[in-house]
Design a protein around this ligand. Sequence first.
Ligand code: ADP
Ligand code: MG
Length: 390
Amino acid sequence: MLQPNKPLADLTADAKAHLLETFNVEGTVVAAAPGRVNLIGEHIDYCDGFVLPLAIERYVVIAARANESSIARISTEGQDPIEIDLTQKQEISDIKWSNYLRGVIQGFLDRGDRIPGFDAYIVSSVPLGAGLSSSAALECCFATLIEGLVDTVLRTSEKALLAQKAEHDFAGVPCGIMDQFASAFGKKDQLILIDCQTGDPEMVPFSDQSLSIIVSNTCVSHDLSDGGYATRRKATEDGLAIIGKKSWRDVTMEEVLAKKEELGDVIFRRSRHVVSEIQRTQDAVKDFKVNDFSQIGKLMAGSHASLRDDFEVSCDELDLMVKIATDIGFEGGVLGARMTGGGFGGSTVTLCRTSDAEAIAKQLHEQYLEKTGITPLIFATRPAQGAHLL
Ligand code: ADP
Ligand code: MG
């Protein structure tokens, strides 16, 4: 029950057909940008840690054509078209999905670019709100489209930072750099190691074609009234202050243990997650670099347990999905599994043998449905190309 990934060519044809139908124009500029999934290194991007995401074969695609005005007319599936005056300073709108675009436009205006008017239609195969960064894909795709329309090329990191700023300032999400970096820097057959202290991305080969990544969307989202993300972030800031260091990268597990009493139970466990997850991610990278997958299952399991017990961002559905995968085990083609993304719902990531992916997906689908009554969304991917013009 692997859901197929729609080829980019089909998404492009869809976007162009919708553009023609909605605005009666033929698309001349088409941009694509992928969502992402994080293999390991969770909730440590805002702690100067390392993350190891990959761009997935799920994309936002936008087809557009200049319209000889100073107005952008933009539409997307299931929404009324919007109009944005490209000569004005952008304001946050009540139409939520338009804010990601307004933020990107403002980023180009801040650079001093003059954006010509255009008509555009957005399609996407990145599930929304599933922890796969459809928002970063939208921002990076739109930024790439504007590069095409303005006829300018940003450095990849500049584009990713512009997209991140849009998310901060216009969507009100104080995210780290992982999502936009993954969508912008993604490469076929490569994982992206991001050192969140320096902001430098490094490509890590994932060239073994016999391996794939299964993404399983639990299709639940438990919105916490205490704002789970913000409180976790605050706890890590408090922990670092109590330990008395400037950066989590300089903190050892011995130092966390030595401050156990002072930290108190909750902040102690949050701190233990940060320090152990930074180590696990570095260990995983070492293994990937030499194509040694014997420890990867342990590292992914350790990451999941730490997120569940110490950082407390998992939930029953994520734990169940991970358990089903883990129970299939190495014999059945599963190398490792864990929750991925912010948590409280969303998706899990399973590293598996490509030849077993279909059978694994069937198990995940059937058992998850049977135990929860919820139909999950499951697909397999290999690392994909980042944001680009078609
Ligand atoms: P995630 O990034 O994990 O998918 P977010 O809540 O950060 O979840 O972003 C989802 C939001 O991004 C959607 O509610 C919508 O406003 C916007 N969005 C993403 N993709 C599209 C799209 N193709 N068309 C319109 N809006 C989109
Ligand atoms: Mg998002």
